[in-house]
Design a protein around this ligand. Structure first.
Ligand code: GDP
Length: 532
């Protein structure tokens, strides 16, 4: 293959995650993007994942029946010569660390907001992880077919609550159940959609210059005047379009639409693909690595074990960062100092998983993991010992003491806990003078506790007992020398160590964090740590 073709392949990749608070419409929008990409024929064929949200037991059943839920982890399809990889952040009401880590593999994010609800709690959390990485963040304001907040009010809310400037790329024409179309600010075009079969297929539309008198007739005097006034207001009051700021994640382009009826989906998709970035260079111990470098490199951002007890295999998800991947290639596993052959790599096409012959930067491949990978591991083709920056360990918000009910099963218990922690499903902490005799498990979402209980029982035959602890905040302590016996804390604070024996504090309230900071001026308390 020529170098030119390789570079073309890299440049046409778009790898992004869709983030939202549950029920804002992430699944529906994903499905509609697949519909427009021609990857599915009738919307509705992406299985509803609704049941996962209601009860943990349902979720377990689904995972068990499917064996593994990888098909929903990443979807690849083509649209106009773009090759699109959508990383799905798990849709559980109760999300987990996985959700956060997936964002590390994305080059940009699409934030879906329900126009009636505005910016919700989970959107805020996910937004902040994207912001940390300075990746472009696009906003899709959804459910415009229904009554919702005023679009100006929504823009203001995004800016106030999230602290990011916004630029409406298009503007809705008709709201509150009377959504007729959008006005595209970049090319001054109006696009009116024609309703039909409840969004099951691509909608047709009429479009033209905003100045075309036909729109006065089509919209009616009142709506037309309202639109003209709003356009004027936007031009006077808003921020300017600034591609540079968008690419640095300082300005979010905002689109209005309705994923359910397909209104506004295609204008969003086309504009998003054009503006957003192809695979980004990544930071490593050897500096920034350009995706167009010939040396194949990638890192593991997610490990998923098979929930089916009959097959205990695990799949490691690798984000390709540079070079071309070819099936069967031998690569260096940098941390383990081993050469391994990636022989059955899989890729996840819109509906199936298939063995992949070749893949490019921006793509995600899944490889069978016989227990050799950790989250954050780097793979590379040459002997350069490159290591990508560690994937952050996110702050758990729930803690529990966990024991094996049967003390004879202690060995299996420790083995299971160890493995789940390597997968990144839980975080394990020890008390300084107590050690593994008493383990404290921390999780980002409480669902992870149930997964822990279920998997220890099913995969290791261990029944566990959990005792919830009152801690809500975690801080990693950075100081020259940490002595747990002399470090000054408040009564309700607990000192523990993480898997790498780094000192960690668990707090019940923010007041104590402040006190401890005041009393230990030489220490820095951080709410995020880094693996490796
Ligand atoms: P997710 O939890 O963010 O993945 O949300 P879903 O895509 O599952 O959507 C949640 C609910 O909102 C479902 O009942 C959808 O049918 C509905 N929904 C999604 N998009 C729209 C929309 O554009 N308009 C309306 N009225 N409902 C929508």
């Amino acid at each position: 293959m020529t170098l030119d073709r390789f570079i073309d392949e890299v440049k046409r990749r778009r790898t992004f995650a869709i983030i939202s608070h549950p029920d804002a419409g992430k699944t529906t929008l994903t499905e509609k993007l697949l519909l427009y990409g021609g990857a599915i024929r009738l919307a509705g064929s992406v299985k509803s994942r609704k049941t996962q949200k209601h009860a943990v037991s349902d979720w377990m059943e689904i995972e068990k029946q499917r064996g593994i839920s990888v098909t929903s982890s990443v979807l690849q399809f083509n649209y106009n010569n773009y090759c699109i990889n959508i990383l799905d952040t798990p849709g559980h009401q109760d999300f987990s660390e996985d959700t956060y880590r997936t964002l590390v593999a994305a080059d940009s994010a699409v934030m879906v907001i329900d126009c009636a609800k505005g910016v919700e709690a989970q959107t805020k959390k996910l937004f902040h992880v994207c912001k940390m990485r300075n990746i472009p963040i696009f906003t899709f304001v959804n459910k415009l077919d229904r009554a919702g907040k005023d679009p100006f009010e929504l823009m203001e809310e995004i800016e106030q609550v999230l602290g990011i400037r916004s630029y409406p790329m298009n503007w809705p024409i008709g709201t509150d159940g009377n959504f007729k179309g959008v006005y595209n600010r970049i090319d001054n075009q109006i696009e009116l959609f024609e309703g039909g079969n409840h969004g099951q297929s691509v909608v047709s539309s009429v479009s033209g210059e905003v100045s075309d008198p036909v729109f006065k007739d089509l919209l009616g005097e009142h709506l037309h005047k309202q639109l003209m006034d709003e356009i004027e207001l936007l031009d006077i009051a808003g921020d300017d379009f600034d591609l540079n700021k968008i690419l640095k994640g300082e300005l979010t382009p905002v689109f209005f639409g309705s994923a359910m009826t397909n209104f506004g989906v295609q204008p969003f998709l086309e504009s998003f693909l054009e503006i957003t970035t192809p695979p980004l260079a990544r930071q490593s111990n050897l500096g920034l690595i350009d995706p167009e470098t010939q040396n194949f490199t990638g890192f593991v951002f997610k490990i998923q074990a098979n929930m089916n007890p009959a097959h205990r295999d695990r799949i490691a998800f690798i984000r390709i960062c540079s070079g071309k991947f070819e099936k069967g290639m031998a690569v260096n596993h940098v941390r383990a100092k081993k050469v391994i052959k990636l022989s059955q790599p899989q890729q996840f096409l819109a509906q199936d998983r298939a063995v992949v012959e070749e893949a490019y930067p921006g793509d995600i491949i899944g490889v069978h993991d016989p227990g050799i990978f950790n989250i954050g591991d780097t793979l590379c083709q040459d002997a350069s010992k490159i290591k990508y920056e560690g994937i952050p360990v996110f702050a758990p918000e729930h803690f529990a003491k966990v024991f094996a009910k049967d003390s004879m099963k202690r060995k299996q218990f420790l083995k299971g806990v160890d493995q789940l922690s390597e997968e990144g499903a839980i975080q394990v902490f020890k008390r300084p003078h107590v050690g593994v005799e008493e383990l404290i498990i921390g999780v980002v979402g409480v669902l992870q506790f149930e997964v822990l209980e279920y998997r220890l029982k099913n995969e290791y035959g261990v029944d566990i007992q959990m005792q919830q602890l009152p801690y809500k905040y975690i801080r990693w302590v950075e100081t020259e020398k940490f002595d747990p016996d002399t470090f000054s804390i408040t009564m309700d604070t607990l000192i523990v160590e993480d898997q790498d024996d780094k000192p960690v504090l668990l707090f019940q309230n923010e007041w104590s964090i402040q006190k401890v900071e005041e009393r230990n001026k030489n220490a820095v308390l951080k709410d995020i740590s880094s693996r490796n």
